[in-house]
Design a protein around this ligand. Structure first.
Ligand code: ADP
Length: 261
């Protein structure tokens, strides 16, 4: 209702879903998908009574199948809706379930829009407290289409502290504001690397750039995730760090993001 009042009559909630949280980034490769997956698992770890789902809207480069160790074609329900695939207690839907692993995803704009529409409307989520959406990087058609089609509780923007990433993260934040999606805050990723041999800390991409950007934008820093081998390895194994090493400081860092959103 509030959204209709703001003049977005096309917005319609996803059936069964209470709150949608989108995870976005300005640039690719900054850790957006890794954050989205661990945020979804963190929301569930923080409160087992919450039902959490994960939608991979990165139609050009879907990573959720690999990160959540899921493959296969979704079954159809009697109503012709796709049933999400489930791992670690999280129902997931991704374009990656609908196309071959190695198939190049070369699409015209209209096809992308109809794929997004399908992922948003033709999935049987059951009941979810939170649906985390892993957005494609940048500020393009897909982002606009998602924000125009469904009400979104808020956006989490992931960036490294590197200038070029920050510039694009800022554009991302401004885009969400323009379309009335609240920016819940920023996640600083890969700011510090601690050598496992000597414990020396190196700020490979800069130190506090994301914190400065958050100040400029007047939003919170929801978390500060170190550049850590454990995060990369567990991601590649399809066993995200929040479930595979729940005691680690890295998992704790993601759970803190989940608490802050
Ligand atoms: P994006 O979704 O922004 O393109 P990904 O989440 O796919 O980025 O991450 C890109 C690569 O960086 C992946 O190989 C991932 O495992 C790795 N990665 C992401 N965050 C971290 C981190 N904090 N420490 C180590 N590796 C990371």
């Amino acid at each position: 209702r509030a959204h209709m009042a703001r003049g977005l009559p096309k917005q319609k909630p996803i059936a069964g879903v209470k709150e949608v949280i989108v995870v976005a980034s300005g640039k690719g490769g900054v850790g957006k998908s890794t954050t989205a997956v661990n945020l979804a698992l963190g929301l569930m770890a923080n409160d087992q009574s919450k039902a959490v789902g994960l939608l991979d809207a990165d139609v050009y480069g879907p990573s959720v199948p690999k990160l959540m160790n899921l493959r296969g074609n979704p079954e159809l329900t009697d109503n012709n809706l796709m049933r999400p695939l489930v791992n670690f207690g999280i129902p997931c839907m991704s374009m990656g379930f609908l196309v071959e692993d190695t198939a190049p995803i070369v699409w015209r704009g209209l096809m992308v829009m109809s794929a997004i529409e399908k992922l948003l409307r033709q999935v049987d989520w059951g009941f979810l407290d939170y649906l985390v959406i892993d957005m494609p990087p940048g500020t393009g058609d897909v982002q606009l289409s998602v924000t125009q089609n469904i009400p979104i509780a808020g956006a989490v923007i992931v960036s490294t502290p590197q200038d070029i990433a920050l510039l694009d993260a800022r554009r991302g934040a401004e885009m969400f504001r323009k379309v009335n999606v609240p920016v819940l805050g920023l996640v600083q990723n890969m700011s510090v690397f601690q050598c496992p041999q000597c414990n020396h800390q190196t700020h490979i991409f800069g130190t506090d750039g994301v914190k400065e950007l958050a100040r400029t934008l007047g939003v919170e820093v929801l978390g500060d995730i170190p550049l850590h081998l454990n995060i990369r390895e567990t991601s590649d194994m399809g066993r995200p760090v929040v479930v595979s090493s729940p005691q680690s400081p890295e998992a704790e860092a993601y759970r803190r993001v989940a608490t802050a959103v």
